[in-house]
Design a protein around this ligand. Structure first.
Ligand code: HAM
Length: 421
């Protein structure tokens, strides 16, 4: 029996790596521009971090965590999201003593036991960032603008941005009561999951994908009708700032998120194409999380986007990305003595910054030229008997097909100039 990558995971093969490199570079560049510094947290954490942070009643905690007991009897969980670990680190390392907000970003593998489908995996990678220690709505606007610029820099210009305010611990209870009251009239029509949500997590009733539940959500109470004055002002100011920054957003009173820590602002970006329901990225404020995890009350906001979903969208939109620089020169040889010269020359070319491969076996010249073609090199250097005798090489320009004899001593400087190195 042959092993395969576990269901919902995949290898990132060399052909795909240019996408990953492109996204990582854009991520690092936008984070630099907006003042975010990189943080890496462990791939696993104590399970209680996520049950407390993400919320016991969330789908992530209930159904999707990879949890195991280690040999020491500690329950550990593979990171299902990146916000709680960053907050844990913020508290653990006393980052409240730094200048606030502390701005951190990560690019990290994330694990959720989900039913695999296009854009939904059991291991996926998130690029996320968190700004901790500031409650002003101008920070919300700055983050949303940063997200917008990030996707724009990647070439994804057709995303739609949805925005909502889901209140705080003061005003949320009245909204939840209103939701419960509304949905209680329709319990017989709700899907089994939503029947459960009605008592355990009423907010999530609003984003059920079941058509009947979606229909019911049309007339459901709106969070924005239940906001306290502070939340309401925050939301109004955020919208003003977004208008000032010319970020097109759609208010969506049914937008809620899958993790329990959110307060006030929530937002998601979706491909505008019809039928694509999955968000490419999402985030929001979580003003209570640091305190929930044992820190001082500290407001914060963040965002994360799935790298695999970005790649799906780049491909769907036919966006060309810079390819990796390939092999530039191939060294072919005929005969054992020539092979030794070829090995030495190959090393020398590499030491001069020229990406080079040589045939290591003893295939025919024809087979070597075929291999040079598969590498798509700009030049092939051929060493045969005559070249050995005269201390020269045959240089073939692979695009024009022209061949010329070049002195061995001049070869490297000639290649450096031809390849504009
Ligand atoms: P999330 O919406 O659960 O938020 O995940 C963020 C992004 O990760 C999603 O928009 C999606 O692109 C990607 N993603 C999630 N699950 C999968 C999956 N199974 N397969 C592929 N991609 C997936 C969070 O995790 C929050 N921590 C975001 C945040 C940061 N909020 C505040 N700060």
């Amino acid at each position: 029996m042959q092993n395969k990558a576990p269901r919902g995971t995949s290898d990132i093969l060399p052909d795909e790596q240019a996408y990953w490199e492109y996204i990582r570079k854009q991520a690092a560049s936008i984070c630099h521009l907006y003042g975010y510094q990189k943080i890496d947290t462990p791939i696993f954490e104590e399970t209680s971090l996520f049950t407390r942070g993400v919320g016991k009643e969330t789908e992530v905690v209930q159904k999707q965590m990879y949890t195991l007991e280690d040999e020491g009897g500690t329950s550990i969980t593979l990171r299902p999201e990146g916000t709680a670990p960053v907050c844990r680190s913020y508290i653990e390392h006393g980052m409240r003593n730094l200048s606030q907000p502390v701005k951190l970003y990560y690019i990290a593998p994330t694990f959720r036991y989900e039913r695999p489908q296009a854009g939904r995996y059991r291991q996926h990678w998130q690029f996320g960032f968190e700004a901790i220690g500031e409650n002003n709505p101008s920070l919300d606007a700055e983050i949303i603008e940063m997200v917008w610029q990030f996707y724009k820099a990647l070439g994804l210009n057709n995303l739609s941005l949805k925005l909502n305010c889901i209140g705080c611990k003061l005003c949320r209870p009245s909204f939840l009561d209103a939701l419960k009251q509304y949905y209680s009239q329709y319990t017989d029509q709700l899907c089994p999951d939503c029947k459960n949500r009605l008592t355990r997590n009423p907010l999530r009733l609003l984003d059920c994908k079941n058509p009947t539940c979606q229909q019911l959500s049309q007339n459901a109470p709106k969070s924005t009708d239940h906001l306290c004055e502070e939340c309401s002002t925050h939301f109004e100011q955020l919208k003003q700032h977004l208008n000032l920054l010319e970020i097109p957003f759609k208010s969506d009173t049914r937008l809620v998120r899958g993790l329990d820590y959110y307060t006030k602002t929530v937002f998601e970006l979706q491909p505008s194409e019809e039928g694509s329901q999955s968000a490419i990225g999402g985030g929001g404020r979580y003003d209570g999380l640091i305190e929930e995890l044992g820190g001082q009350p500290t407001p914060a906001i963040g965002f994360a986007t799935g790298i695999e979903r970005i790649i799906l969208n780049l491909k769907r939109d036919n966006i060309t990305i810079p390819s990796f620089p390939g092999i530039q020169v191939y060294v072919a040889h005929m005969g054992e003595e020539a092979k030794l010269k070829a090995i030495k020359l190959t090393a020398e070319l590499r030491h001069n910054g020229i990406a080079t491969v040589a045939s290591l076996g003893s295939r025919s010249l024809k087979a070597q030229m075929r291999q040079a073609n598969t590498f798509n090199v700009a030049y092939t250097v051929i060493i045969g008997e005559d070249e050995l005798k005269n201390n020269t090489v045959m240089l073939k320009d692979m695009s024009s097909g022209q061949q010329s004899t070049v002195s061995r001593t001049e070869l490297i400087s000639l290649l450096i100039s031809h390849l504009s190195l």
